[in-house]
Design a protein around this ligand. Sequence first.
Ligand SMILES: Cc1ncc(COP(=O)(O)O)c(C=O)c1O
Length: 423
Amino acid sequence: MKAQRTLPPTAAPIEWRDLLQGLLGLVRPSVTVDALKADFGRHFGVKHVWFVSSGKAALTIILRALHGLSGRRTVVMPGYTCFSVPSAVVRAGLSVRLCDVDPRTFNPDFSQLEKAADGDALCVLATHLLGIGVDVSRVRDLCRHHGVFVVEDVAQAFGGRLKERPFGTIGDAAFLSFGRGKNITCGSGGAILTNDDRIGEAIAREYAGLSEVSVAERLMNWLEVAVTQLLIHPSRYWFPAGLPFLRLGETKFYTDFPMARMDAVRAGLLRRWKERLSRSEASRVAHTAQMRRLLSEAPVQTIQPIEDAHSVYLRLPVLMRSKQEKESVCRLSLAQGLGVSAMYPSAIGQVAELSDTLANDPVPQSVLIAERLVTLPTHELVSDEDVKRICSTIIGHLRDPAAGPQSVSGRSQCCGAEVSSSS
Ligand SMILES: Cc1ncc(COP(=O)(O)O)c(C=O)c1O
């Protein structure tokens, strides 16, 4: 463990005012949740909004509701995504079919999607992974003829837009996540959106069966949020990052997650979401532009987002040339506290717990993404100097892989711009 400036790979800072709003939720519970519902309804222009305990819980409820309407059981989802997504599908009692991901755009492989979204499929998950826009209208066109629903996974993409329509309003239903490390957070939480009355009624029935979170649990979550805020700052993050038992950033497949309504303390923590979201979005978009410019001539592949999408880049994805290169960049980042990290340890097809249930859907591009992807931090706690240091370290390493962390310090030429890699 080394006490040095250490960037978390992702962070959604909150202020003492937000913590206070969270506590106020204890004394006026229904006002807090109802106010948030009305606020989200107006912002997204949708008729139906619910707040629940997590994104996983939100997806499980949507899937149960859709299954109740159509009776079908197969959920088509990206071959590379968060393990929570298949966890929710299994929790809803349904089965997974994979569709490959185009590594240039992070959109689905549309030719494979056309085959997968047949008359057997319940729904397709259109996932705006890392805040990068998926062409949901095109997904809808493919699904419409087969009576297949489209569910937008906006867990990592709150604030993004497609042709000026917010992500989450183009499919039949959508969910958001307010988990740690998302665009904005309340510790853990999720929201469900739909404009469709029939789907809305089915979701309302599922929601009615959810329990409330106990007061002790509300306070525990509040405390965790407060402690996280304290430790997430780059001047202190070296401490939790050096404690392996915290398992920070670990991705797990598990189906026994809580299914509950969102409580008023969490809703209070989200009360100033608009200011926080616009601040978060501004820094993510600006850092991404700066990093893309600095890395433009490096031998790596950065994302080419689809036209018409305003992507919000929860982190910036960069594909290395090999698995070895990815691993060495991650090791270097760990040693220097750069916040550059891999995402999920494997494609969904390689999740051991799914081996009995998954059909043999080949998703080679998803496997390639899992092997080569590193993500660069874009959040508000990243400074301009950090951006330069991250890019020059990656470029220096790719030029001279044998060199250890020390040899990339100093100054290096980066794409015509002189970049300081010292902190
Ligand atoms: C793409 C994606 N979908 C769904 C989820 C589930 O959200 P939650 O963690 O709030 O359950 C996550 C969480 O990390 C995610 O990244």
